[in-house]
Unconditional design. Structure first.
Ligand code: 4NP
Length: 175
C-alpha cells in the first residue's frame, strides 16, 4: 500500500488553533523519525515558524523508550550541522491522535500499526506517509529503514529527509 505523492497536509483539528502539530512516527524512534524530527525542527526555526508548528516523534515499538537515537543517525545529523543530542525515544499510543493534526509515518508497516490505534475514520485520515511530501519520490514512498545497514544507509536516508522536510516547511509556511 502506498500513498500518491504530494498529498495535502490535513487541516488543523481546531480551526482557531494558532499552532499546527505534527507527529513523526517510525518503528523504533531511534533512526528515521528522530532524524526527521531534528531536521524539521531546525528548518522550522530557520523559517521563523518554531512558535507556529510543534513537532514530536515516537515509535510503534516500545523497545527503545528513553534511549538517545542510534549513534549512526546522530553522526549523520552532526555531519550536516544538526544537533541530535536532545532526542529520547518515545512510544506511540492512541493518545497521540488527539494531540496531533498530522501523523507522518515512514513505511507501510507504520501505517498499519498506527492506523490500528485510531478510534475514528477521521483520525485514520490524519495518518500520511512522510515521503508523500518528497518531490522526488517515485511510486514507492516508503523511507527505507537504515537500522539493518551501515553508515552510508543513514547518510542516504538523511538526503531524502532533508529534501522532504524542505517541501513540508514550504507548505507549512504557506498556510
Ligand atoms: P527506526 O529503526 O524505526 O527507523 O527507528 C529501527 C530501530 C530499531 C529497531 C528497528 C528499526 N529494532 O528492531 O530495535
Amino acid at each position: 500500500m502506498t500513498e500518491p505523492t504530494m498529498t495535502e497536509l490535513p487541516p488543523p483539528r481546531s480551526p482557531d488553533a494558532d499552532t499546527y502539530s505534527l507527529a513523526l512516527v517510525c518503528l523504533g524512534n531511534i533512526c528515521r523519525s528522530p532524524m526527521a524530527h531534528v531536521v524539521l525542527e531546525h528548518r522550522l526555526a530557520e523559517a521563523g515558524l518554531a512558535d507556529r508548528v510543534r513537532v514530536a516523534s515516537s515509535g510503534t515499538g516500545d523497545w527503545h523508550i528513553g534511549e538517545p537515537m542510534d549513534p549512526r543517525a546522530a553522526s549523520a545529523l552532526e555531519g550536516r550541522g544538526f544537533d541530535p543530542t536532545l532526542h529520547r525515544a518515545q512510544h506511540f499510543d492512541g493518545d497521540w491522535f488527539s494531540a496531533h493534526d498530522a501523523i507522518l509515518v515512514m513505511d507501510d508497516n507504520n501505517v498499519r500499526d498506527v492506523s490500528r490505534l485510531a478510534s475514528t475514520p477521521a483520525d485514520r485520515e490524519r495518518v500520511l506517509m512522510f515521503r508523500a511530501f518528497d518531490p522526488a519520490a517515485g511510486q514507492d514512498v516508503e523511507l527505507p529503514d537504515p537500522w539493518y545497514g551501515d553508515q552510508r544507509g543513514f547518510e542516504a536516508v538523511l538526503v531524502i529527509i532533508e529534501r522532504t522536510t524542505d517541501e513540508l516547511v514550504r507548505r507549512l509556511a504557506a498556510r
